[in-house]
Design a protein around this ligand. Sequence first.
Ligand code: IPE
Ligand code: IPE
Ligand code: MG
Length: 232
Amino acid sequence: MNNLPQHVSIIMDGNGRWAKARGKERVYGHMEGAESVRACLEYAVEIGLPYLSLYAFSEENWNRPPVEVNALMALMLKFIRQEFSNLMEHRVRFMALGNRRRLSKEVNAAIDDLMEASAGNQGTTLIVFLSYSGQWDVLQAMKKAAAELSPEAFQAMEAKDFSGYLVTAGIPDPDLLIRTSGELRISNYLLWQCAYSEFYFTDVLWPDFRRPQFQEALDAYANRDRRYGKVK
Ligand code: IPE
Ligand code: IPE
Ligand code: MG
């Protein structure tokens, strides 16, 4: 595959509408969405994509009804437990990034177990953004930098130095950002890290976003002309 991006990030949106269209509860859409995660990860591993990241739960999503929040957390736990050996077998390195303090002990423990077990894996890195928001990330980075650096070093900080304080430290910025379900917004996702990402919006709802749709997005990316402000 030519022009394969290094890092593809996906705002997985439209689960609720997918379920509603079928006269079902929203959680049914989330369950089907988990199948799309499996399909896209499988494809990413197959093509040797270095980084796949997924926006699974935003800081704002805590404002949803408790039954939905609980269902999403339960699905997350189930996914980690069910996929544990499969991820290890395919040498996937797993990371969950976000405001971990808001997650339950149980979810945090499952995340820690998988992160530790898979830390040395050399295949695709799967990053799940959980309880994440871009503004929260920039703020926590600023506070960490201010606490660690002398006033002089803080003043001398450059963009690449600041990146090292974000939760994505060491991870390349997304080359391609996909959002499903037709919404044309970033919803407080990777604000700093998407400075030069290529955006791909599709009307397809997340539970319907599988291998062919992923491939279509990668094909679109392959034809993009990235100029970074320069003249070509
Ligand atoms: C995305 O689907 C999943 C999460 C945000 C957790 P939604 O639940 O936002 O589905 P819609 O947008 O209501 O259709
Ligand atoms: C964005 O989707 C967050 C995730 C996909 C996890 P939302 O459905 O929460 O976004 P808004 O509310 O439509 O902006
Ligand atoms: Mg939504």
